[in-house]
Write a protein that binds this ligand. Structure first.
Ligand code: DC
Length: 223
């Protein structure tokens, strides 16, 4: 049986950085489920479909094939055969992903793919509904969060480092909007699973969060 570690939490909590580090250290496969929602969102955007047009989104779902591949340990996302891993990393695509992930057909398609990946190999999977819905039997569940201020400042620093001009207040507003959407949708909203360990990374660095999760894995005799 494969070992599954689920990491959920709001946008900008550091899930992907932590999950990537853990996956490399433990030789697990890292599965970034947000990238899959982003790839579907990119398709809808390219087709000129608005996030409110459920019928068009449902019809679009039948025309989308999302596949995941690993190149040098990095997850690549393919949308109908094209590598879209770079193009899905914009705020615009992230917001569209948040808005279109509310639909049952979008979620059903991706949950199936995620469960199939976790069945065949040891994974560290991050997202919003992994511990509550995708992998309810995951051996370790983490709910990783941080204050809105911390998350906004981290994103701001990341964008600045990439040479992208941005406004801290705008980023904070965007994060708050996304938190609201992700926690208030009807199907599989973001919430902490009852058996998840809560980790607030506001005052912790990456090493400290990684160590805390490894400690939990050790206590469960997984490593
Ligand atoms: O983690 P991210 O920012 O790449 O995710 C983009 C959006 O996708 C997020 O705002 C909500 C949606 N999402 C989801 O509904 N369920 C997941 N398991 C992962 C992401």
């Amino acid at each position: 049986m494969s070992i599954n570690i689920a990491i959920d939490g709001p946008a900008g909590a550091g899930k992907s950085t932590i999950a990537k580090r853990l996956a490399a250290d433990l030789s697990y496969v890292y599965v970034d489920t947000g990238a899959m929602y982003r790839a579907m969102a990119l398709y809808f955007m390219e087709q000129g479909i608005d996030a409110s047009e459920e019928e068009k989104i449902n019809a679009g779902c039948d025309k989308i094939e999302i596949t995941i591949a690993y190149e040098d340990g990095e997850q690549k996302v393919y949308l109908n055969g094209s590598d879209v891993s770079g193009r899905i990393r914009t705020e615009e695509v992230g917001n569209m992903a948040s808005l279109t992930s509310v639909y049952v057909k979008v979620r059903a398609k991706l949950v199936e793919l995620q469960q199939a990946l976790a069945k065949k190999t040891n994974v560290i999977m991050d997202g919003r509904d992994i511990g509550t819905c995708v992998l309810p039997d995951a051996q370790v569940k983490i709910y990783l969060t941080a204050s809105v201020e911390t998350r906004a400042k981290r994103r701001y620093d990341e964008l600045l480092a990439k040479g992208i001009n941005c406004d801290l207040d705008e980023i904070k507003k965007d994060i708050e909007k996304r938190d609201y959407q992700d926690t208030h949708r009807e199907i599989s909203p973001l919430r902490q699973a009852e058996d998840a360990h809560l980790l607030d990374s506001s005052a912790l660095d990456i090493d400290e969060v990684v160590s805390a999760i490894k400690k939990i894995c050790k206590e469960k005799n997984l490593i």
